[in-house]
Unconditional design. Structure first.
Length: 94
C-alpha cells in the first residue's frame, strides 16, 4: 500500500530522464557516452530512470490506486504521470 514516502528528486535531471525514457539519448553505452559528453551525470540520470521503472511496477501491482488517486499519489512523489503510464503500457504490452 502507498505510504506517502518520497523518492529523492533532482529537478535538474527530470527533463533528461524523460528524454532518455523516450529514447532520445540512445541506450546502453551510447547513452552513457552522449550524457557524459554533454556534462550530464549518467549515474544520477540512470538512477532516476530506475526509480520510474520501479514505480511503474508498483502501479501495475495497484500500489498507488487507480485513476485520479494514482495521478495524485504519483504527483506527490514527484513523478510525471504520463511518463509512468507510458512505462506501464510498455510493460503490459499496450
Amino acid at each position: 500500500m502507498f505510504d506517502g514516502s518520497h523518492y529523492p528528486i533532482d529537478e535538474n535531471i527530470e527533463k533528461i530522464v524523460c528524454e532518455c525514457i523516450d529514447g532520445l539519448w540512445g541506450n546502453g553505452q551510447d547513452r552513457v557516452k552522449q550524457l557524459t559528453e554533454n556534462g550530464i551525470n549518467y549515474k544520477d540520470v540512470q538512477s532516476r530512470i530506475n526509480e520510474y521503472y520501479k514505480v511503474a511496477d508498483d502501479v501495475i501491482k495497484g500500489v498507488y490506486g487507480n485513476g485520479e488517486k494514482r495521478k495524485t499519489n504519483l504527483k506527490k512523489l514527484g513523478f510525471n504521470y504520463g511518463v509512468v503510464q507510458h512505462i506501464v503500457n510498455e510493460k503490459v504490452g499496450k
